[in-house]
Design a protein around this ligand. Sequence first.
Ligand code: UD1
Ligand code: UDP
Length: 364
Amino acid sequence: MIRIICVCGARPNFMKIAPLMKAFKKKGNFDILLVHTGQHYDEKMSKLFFEELEISKPDINLEVGSGSHAVQTAEIMKRFEPVVLDFKPDYVLVVGDVNSTIACGLVAVKLDVKLIHVEAGLRSFDRSMPEEINRVLTDAISDLLFVTEQSGIDNLKNEGINSDKVHFVGNVMIDTLLASRQKSEKSKILEELNLRKRGYVVITLHRPSNVDNLENLSKIISAFEVIEKDLKLVFPIHPRTRKNIEGTELEKRMKAMTNLILLEPVGYLDFLRLTANAAMVMTDSGGIQEETTILQIPCMTLRESTERPVTITQGTNRLVHIDTQDILRYYTQLKACGFRTEGKVPRFWDGKAAQRIVSIIGSL
Ligand code: UD1
Ligand code: UDP
């Protein structure tokens, strides 16, 4: 039996861990302990995904909750260390680029346990993003690095990481999307919100550079105020963003928009049905850039950089500056072509990434 602790903590981790848990179970010769750090804890940011994606209940929840970067990271490390000492795994597996990823990675390597990083090699080259620090550091200490796109291979090579440790396997987040497509068709979200297919825009925003900086958020909201004259805007709001706008002028402006539907975060299946039928998506999310590429829906990424360049070179994604006029210029272009986009499916984004990862780990 190969003993592995799989770690998850924040919303985008759950879509990535789900197909891995299934693939480990199917293969059979693995003893898996699933640890949830508790970085995200609201029902709609965590529990809902375990139910919808049929992930078994975490064996352990460290219940760290929110805090500053230092507090959160340190607290995860303190609580994770005894778990590793007790379970004595052959490997710790972490996904993505959140604080839970680097915190648990550091604990593993300091206890001389081999570290596996799924979604390695992505780089935005913007070190003001907390995730970029997490990515670079996690990759530097990992023993096995599983990569989603060619840029990841190139970045790791440039950083001097031995190519023997690196495997191009595809995208586990897309495994989940493809496995959930049919099920998401049963979601009633369009009917409940009275939305016409292609008659609305889906919005998500949670990057500190957009939502902690209210000047930037105001520029984005100014664009929404124009776009809502044409199309409904559906905005499942991230708790960070909701908390930041509470009681501000921006909240008043959002509430004044008659075509803006502000929602709590929605479940994965509802969100998938929403994005799959939208005219376009406006986001600063990492994962949604990838999902819209597969769904062939135009994605306007409200950021200066992306760590997922294949979504631009092959997919349906475009970076747009945080500037009202720039946002509206690209919107007008998309509108003029009826929001039609064409893109290719990136290599290995075929629903079999988790299977590849598990066979590689099993063959070591
Ligand atoms: C985190 C990740 C980010 C990822 C995002 C996905 C880091 C550094 N950031 O950002 O990479 O894209 O998750 O959603 O790891 N909150 C709640 N309820 C929750 C969770 C959070 O109210 O269940 C609020 C708290 O006020 C908290 C704030 O949101 O302080 C931010 O949460 P945190 O996990 O620190 O960062 P995210 O912005 O969610
Ligand atoms: N998502 C969801 N409900 C929402 C918003 C997003 O299920 O209300 C899903 C989305 O489909 C994707 C993941 O959450 O699978 C992306 O997470 P997030 O944007 O929080 O993090 P990031 O990818 O930016 O790290």
